[in-house]
Design a protein around this ligand. Structure first.
Ligand code: HEM
Ligand SMILES: *[C@@H]1O[C@H](CO)[C@@H](O)[C@H](O)[C@H]1NC(C)=O
Ligand SMILES: *[C@@H]1O[C@H](CO)[C@@H](O)[C@H](O)[C@H]1NC(C)=O
Ligand SMILES: *[C@@H]1O[C@H](CO)[C@@H](O)[C@H](O)[C@H]1NC(C)=O
Ligand SMILES: *[C@@H]1O[C@H](CO)[C@@H](O)[C@H](O)[C@H]1NC(C)=O
Ligand SMILES: *[C@@H]1O[C@H](CO)[C@@H](O)[C@H](O)[C@H]1NC(C)=O
Ligand SMILES: CC(=O)N[C@H]1CO[C@H](CO)[C@@H](O)[C@@H]1O
Length: 323
C-alpha cells in the first residue's frame, strides 16, 4: 500500500512538473463564469477594427508571437518604457503596430468585467481573430493567462530570432521554447499575411557576400522585382510578404518558399531540413489540406509558453502599464 502511494505521488508530481512547462492552468472557456462574454466582447471590437483596417491583422498576429517568445505569453510586449528600455522600444518592434487596438479591447472588457481578463489573453484571442478575419480557419483559444510586470529590451535581442537565421538556429530557438520542428514550419506559415520592411531582407538584395551581389539562392527574377521596390538602405518601404494575397490567410507563402521567392533567409531555410521541407512542399501541392488545423494546434502550443497562471502575476487595468 505504502509503495503504491509513493508511486502515485511520484506520478502525480511528475505530471505536475510537465504540466507547468506546458501551460497548466489554461483552458478553453476560462472566463465562462467570471466574464462569459469575454471572447464576444473582443470579437466585437475586432470586427470593427478589421473592417476599418484589415492590414492590422499581420501586426496583431505577430504581436502575440513576440510576446510569447520573450518571457512567455504574459503581455510584457505591451508595457510602455519608463526610460526607453522596454521590449516595445527594441529594434525588432519596428513593425509592431496596433497597440491602440489592444487598449480599445481592454477598455471594452474593463467596462463589462473589471479586473478579470488579462492582457496576455487579449493578445491570444486577438491573434486568433486576425487569422479568422483574413480567411484562416477558426481555432479555440485557451485562456487563463495572467500578466507579468517586467519588460526588458535586451531580452528581445536574445529571444527573438533574426530573419537571417539558418535552420539550425531556428530549430534550436523554437526548441528552447518547447516548440517542435513541425511548430516551426507551421507557424512560419503566418507569413502568408502582412508586410515587411525592406530593411528586414535587403541584405539579400545588395552586397550579400560583400561583392555587391544578391543572395544566389533567391530567384534572380524576384531579386530584380524586389530591388525596384527596395533601394539600398531603405528603412521605410513596406513589401507584401505574399504579394497579391497579403490579407488572405492561405498557403501561398509556402509555395513562394518552394519557388525561392521567400523574403527572409529564415523562411528559405525551411527547405534545408527534411521535415520542414516535406511539410511545406506537401501543403503547397495539396492546397493546404491540413494547414488550417495544424496552425490552430501550433498556436495553442505557442500560447502555452511560460504562462503565468493561478494566483501568480497580475491582471492589468491598462495593458500599457502596471497597476
Ligand atoms: C521563425 C522565426 C521568425 C522570424 C525570423 C520572423 C521574422 C519576421 C520579420 C523580419 C518580419 C518583418 C518585420 C518588418 O520588417 O516589418 C516578420 C513579419 C511578420 N511575422 Fe514573422 N518571423 C518569424 C516567425 C513568425 C511567427 C511564429 C509568426 C506568427 C505565427 C509570425 C508572424 C508574422 C507576421 C504576421 C508578420 C507581418 C507583420 C506585419 O504585417 O506588420 N512570424 N517576421
Ligand atoms: C503608452 O504607449 C502607447 C502606445 O503603445 C501610447 O499610445 C500611450 O500614449 C503610452 N502611454 C503612456 C502613459 O505613456
Ligand atoms: C547557423 O548559424 C549559426 C549562428 O549564426 C552559426 O553558428 C552556425 O554555424 C550556422 N550553421 C550552419 C549549418 O550554417
Ligand atoms: C560591400 O561589402 C564589402 C565587404 O563587407 C564592403 O567593403 C563594401 O563597402 C560594401 N559595398 C557597399 C556598396 O556597401
Ligand atoms: C541551405 O543549405 C545550403 C547547403 O548547406 C547552404 O548553402 C544554404 O546557405 C542554406 N540555405 C539557407 C537559407 O540557410
Ligand atoms: C512585480 O510583481 C511582483 C509580485 O508579483 C512584485 O514583487 C514586484 O515588485 C513587481 N515588480 C515591478 C517592477 O512592479
Ligand atoms: C510602437 C513602438 O513603440 N515603437 C518603438 C520601437 O522601437 C523604436 C526604437 O528602436 C522606437 O523608436 C519606437 O517608438
Amino acid at each position: 500500500m505504502a509503495a503504491m502511494a509513493t508511486v502515485a505521488k511520484v506520478v502525480c508530481c511528475f505530471v505536475l512538473v510537465l504540466g507547468v512547462a506546458n501551460g497548466q492552468g489554461l483552458k478553453v472557456g476560462f472566463y465562462q463564469n467570471t466574464c462569459p462574454n469575454a471572447e464576444a466582447i473582443v470579437n466585437d471590437v475586432m470586427r470593427t477594427v478589421f473592417k476599418e483596417a484589415l492590414s492590422l491583422a499581420g501586426p496583431l498576429l505577430r504581436m502575440h508571437f513576440h510576446d510569447c517568445f520573450v518571457r512567455g505569453c504574459e503581455a510584457s510586449i505591451l508595457l510602455n518604457s519608463s526610460t526607453n528600455t522596454a521590449e516595445k522600444d527594441s529594434p525588432p518592434n519596428l513593425s509592431l503596430r496596433g497597440y491602440q487596438v489592444i487598449d480599445r479591447v481592454k477598455a471594452a472588457l474593463e467596462k463589462k468585467c473589471p479586473g478579470i481578463v488579462s492582457c496576455a489573453d487579449i493578445l491570444a484571442i486577438v491573434a486568433r481573430d486576425a487569422v479568422v478575419a483574413t480567411g484562416g480557419k477558426f481555432y479555440n483559444v485557451e485562456t487563463g493567462r495572467r500578466d507579468g510586470n517586467v519588460s526588458s529590451l535586451t531580452e528581445t535581442l536574445t529571444n527573438l530570432l533574426p530573419p537571417t537565421a539558418n535552420i539550425t538556429t531556428l530549430i534550436a530557438g523554437f526548441n528552447a521554447k518547447g516548440l517542435s520542428v513541425k511548430d516551426l514550419v507551421v507557424l512560419s506559415g503566418g507569413h502568408t499575411i502582412g508586410t515587411s520592411h525592406c530593411s528586414s531582407f535587403s541584405n539579400r538584395l545588395y552586397n550579400f557576400t560583400g561583392k555587391n551581389d544578391a543572395d544566389p539562392s533567391m530567384d534572380p527574377n524576384y531579386v530584380k522585382v524586389l530591388k525596384k521596390r527596395c533601394k539600398i538602405n531603405d528603412q521605410t518601404t513596406l513589401v507584401e510578404m505574399d504579394p497579391g494575397s497579403f490579407k488572405t490567410f492561405d498557403i501561398k507563402y509556402f509555395t513562394l518558399i518552394t519557388k525561392r521567392r521567400a523574403l527572409f533567409t529564415s523562411d528559405e531555410a525551411l527547405l534545408n531540413n527534411s521535415v520542414t521541407k516535406a511539410y511545406l512542399t506537401a501543403q503547397s501541392k495539396n492546397g493546404g489540406s491540413t494547414f488550417g488545423d495544424d496552425f490552430g494546434v501550433s498556436m495553442m502550443n505557442m500560447g502555452r509558453i511560460s504562462v503565468i497562471t493561478g494566483s501568480a502575476g497580475h491582471i492589468r487595468k491598462f495593458c500599457y502599464k502596471n497597476n
